[in-house]
Design a binder for this molecule. Structure first.
Ligand code: NDP
Length: 273
């Protein structure tokens, strides 16, 4: 933990629930390593509290992160958004500028960083149509790859594909064509008895996969993929990368110590496991 004094700067992560969040462990490890006078804490806030909370944080210049289920609601409360946050209508990071809070979505560069070492050829196939699937659509736009969408509900897949095309992504409902990369953007894998997000047959020929889910001991899907010789990683790499980009918004001019943040995540996961 950082040494806290009356001059320490406060950083927060806002969500509901929030007890499971690894962000305080990750950011406080980085703050301590760089000898910064700051402390990062978790705030549980219900949706009805957000307007007052955001105005209060703004009044005293507090920066922070936003997590489920508030990424969209907080985007609507901020005075200015970066282009990617505006495109997605969701923020996971905010900080004060000129007395007002500005929002960004570091999930997108975090996702791109997590995908990069996997050499993620297109087309990409994503499972899920929620908030993190939107970040996948923005990442696919950035990489100029075709994105296929799998959902439990065909109408939701079609609506998501239409939204992603508006964004500028070459997106369509999964039509079964061979894919280069698969991404799990559902909560499947959080529980050990969950089904896998994709059938083995659907991923025949697929060479890379990213599971956004992480849990102590790794996820069953990543273990299965690796056993099949597919390059695969779970959500820890994205968690650390999005956190590193957020840290660099909080402390401009500082380089986030990613290895220290990753080690803190490992420790915190072991403690919760
Ligand atoms: P959302 O709830 O916004 O969306 C999840 C989507 O998954 C839903 O829209 C739904 O799509 C699908 N889904 C939900 N429940 C099930 C189920 N039981 N079986 C199959 N599909 C389901 O969550 P997020 O997109 O924000 O996050 C998804 C997961 O990604 C989280 O659980 C979290 O673990 C992980 N995550 C990790 C991050 C990281 O940094 N590593 C960052 C953000 C998220 P549909 O109904 O169309 O099938």
């Amino acid at each position: 933990m950082p040494k806290v004094s009356a001059s320490s700067r406060l950083l927060v992560v806002v969500g509901d629930p929030i007890k499971h969040s690894l962000s305080p462990a990750m950011h406080n490890a980085a703050i301590t390593a760089l000898g910064l006078d700051a402390v990062y804490v978790a705030l549980r806030a219900e949706a009805t509290a957000l307007p007052h909370l955001i105005r209060g944080l703004e009044a005293v210049g507090v920066a922070g992160n936003v997590t489920l289920p508030h990424k969209t609601a907080v985007a609507q409360l901020l005075i200015r958004l970066t282009p990617v946050a505006k495109d997605l209508g969701a923020v996971n990071t905010f900080w004060p500028e000129g007395g007002r809070l500005v929002g960004d979505n570091t999930d997108v560069p975090g996702l791109l960083d997590a995908l990069d070492p996997l050499d993620p050829h297109g087309p990409w196939l994503v499972a899920g149509t929620g908030g993190s699937a939107r970040a996948v659509a923005a990442a696919a736009r950035e990489k100029a790859v075709t994105l296929l969408i799998q959902s439990r509900d065909p109408a939701r897949a079609a609506a998501f594909a239409a939204w992603a095309r508006e964004l500028g992504t070459d997106a369509l409902v999964d039509d079964g064509r061979p894919v280069g990369t698969a991404i799990n953007a559902t909560p499947l894998g959080l529980r050990p008895d969950d089904p896998l997000p994709f059938s083995d047959e659907r991923l025949d020929g697929c060479r890379a996969a990213l599971d956004l889910v992480y849990r102590p001991g790794g996820t069953p899907w990543v273990r299965r993929l690796k056993a099949r010789g597919i390059r695969a990683a779970d959500g820890r790499s994205m968690l650390v990368a999005q956190g590193a980009y957020a840290f660099e918004r909080f402390f401009p001019g500082c380089r986030a110590p990613r290895e220290i943040m990753a080690a803190a995540v490992e420790r915190a996961l072991k403690e919760t496991g």
